[in-house]
Design a protein around this ligand. Structure first.
Ligand SMILES: NC(=O)c1ccc[n+]([C@@H]2O[C@H](COP(=O)([O-])OP(=O)(O)OC[C@H]3O[C@@H](n4cnc5c(N)ncnc54)[C@H](O)[C@@H]3O)[C@@H](O)[C@H]2O)c1
Length: 398
């Protein structure tokens, strides 16, 4: 019997747009999904570009009007891959029109928008409308295994989380792209990168961050050259010789400390100026019975230390998380140790969403608006802590 189809409109056709279009092309080939996502419409702002994009990636239609698409009867699922300021209006309109929504992270440019999105998602959920947030590192077999191991009690009581997301593309030569404009991005490295490691902390430990302190927010590069256009590349942008300079209105780096609901403590650091670290999203968790350590730059590997091992042979185990039938997601892909990369994380998350849309239990729980709202509260608390130079309790940030 033919599967029920789900017409997808993808809004925003840049870096993440391409990664999601790639996921729609492949997800049904690697996963036996209960429904079939259909690449119905690609949406972006400029006609020739979106038309060419739709043709290249195989969307049947294209549009330059996201709000009309959010309301269109032909669409079942809206996938939002725009800059952060456009997430809220499109997501809320789509949810109110009864469409399932997948949204890129951070959920929104600020906490007020995130709350409105969470509320709209809760209301729509009562009518069976689904919502997801593409915290794509939940889609890595190693982080999903870490989450499973913690849930099984392998680490026991958690004492420490040490999370860092280090990139280096934001040096002085990088132009004033949307990622450096508060009105479009909301924040800089904070919402971009700390959002990921806050979500990973919540995903792996199953705990909430209850208090934040010691935050530092820094903009090192205050003026950047204004590009003629953005190139669809994280660092790109066309710059003319006569280009003027403009002010960056976001942070380049944010660091903060936190307490966890289970009594442990955590540290977070996000920066775009860690020269030599290109996409080093890393986390270490120390518990009573052992530790886990992961970094995306060697993302198939999970390191595990079992503190109950005989001291003579105790040491870090290096787990290659690619065993079919043993490791999350792995059975859908290649033979053992034929490794997974960035695109697999996106495809795995897409598969989880469409398992859920089709009424099947997700193999791994990916993030939803409720999760992303909790993360946005922590982002807000860190900014408050930096600006007020004080402890902020999460119960006071709503
Ligand atoms: N999950 C991840 O690993 C990850 C990685 C990078 C970016 N992101 C997130 O993805 C989102 C997009 O980032 P990106 O790197 O793809 O940016 P990008 O600049 O490469 O692409 C954004 C696209 O959105 C289009 N756009 C802008 N406003 C629009 C609107 N109102 N309607 C329709 N299209 C619009 C732009 O023209 C552009 O083509 C952001 O929220 C970002 O934080 C997530």
């Amino acid at each position: 019997m033919a599967k029920k189809t789900v017409n997808v409109a993808q809004v925003g056709c840049g870096f993440m747009g391409r990664s999601h279009a790639n996921a729609y092309l492949k997800v049904g080939k690697f996963y036996n999904l209960p429904v079939e996502p259909v690449m119905h419409t690609a949406v972006d702002l400029i006609e020739p570009a979106v038309k060419a994009y739709a043709a290249n990636w195989g969307f049947a239609n294209w549009s330059t009007d996201p709000m009309a698409i959010a309301a269109s009867d032909e669409i079942d699922f809206i996938d939002i891959c725009t800059p952060n300021n456009a997430h809220a209006p499109i997501a809320i309109a789509a949810l109110e029109a009864g469409k399932h929504v997948g949204c890129e992270k951070p959920l929104a440019a600020d906490l007020g928008e995130a709350r409105a999105m969470r509320d709209a998602a809760r209301k729509a959920a009562r009518k069976g409308v689904k919502n997801y947030v593409w915290f794509s590192y939940r889609g890595c077999p190693a982080t999903a295994l870490a989450s499973k191991m913690v849930a099984e009690g392998k680490l026991g009581r958690i004492f420490h989380v040490r999370a860092q997301y280090l990139q280096d593309w934001g040096g002085p030569k990088t132009p004033l792209l949307w990622r450096f404009k508060k009105e479009l991005a909301g924040s800089g490295a904070h919402g971009d990168l700390n959002a990921h490691i806050i979500d990973l902390t919540r995903f792996i430990t199953g705990q909430e961050i209850t208090e934040v302190c010691g935050a530092i927010e820094e903009t090192f590069i205050k003026q950047r050259v204004i590009p003629e256009s953005e190139a669809g590349n994280i660092k790109g942008g066309k710059v003319s010789k006569k280009a003027k300079m403009g002010r960056s209105t976001v942070d380049d780096a944010v660091l903060f400390l936190g307490r966890l609901s289970g009594g442990g403590v955590a540290s977070f650091e996000a920066t775009r100026l860690a020269t030599g670290s290109q996409n080093d999203n890393r986390i270490e968790i120390n518990g009573e019975f052992g530790s886990l350590r992961w970094s995306f730059e060697s993302g198939n590997l999970l390191y595990y230390y079992n503190a109950n091992d005989d001291e003579e042979r105790a040491g870090w185990q290096r787990i290659m998380c690619t065993k079919a039938g043993k490791h999350p997601y792995a059975g859908h892909w290649w033979p053992d140790a034929h490794t997974q990369g960035y695109e697999h994380g996106i495809i795995n998350c897409t598969a989880m969403a469409f398992q859920d849309v089709g009424g099947k239990k997700m193999e791994v729980k990916i993030a939803d608006f409720e999760d992303a709202y909790q993360t946005q509260r922590v982002l807000e608390a860190a900014v408050m802590s930096a600006r007020e130079r004080s402890w902020i309790k999460l119960k006071d940030v709503k």
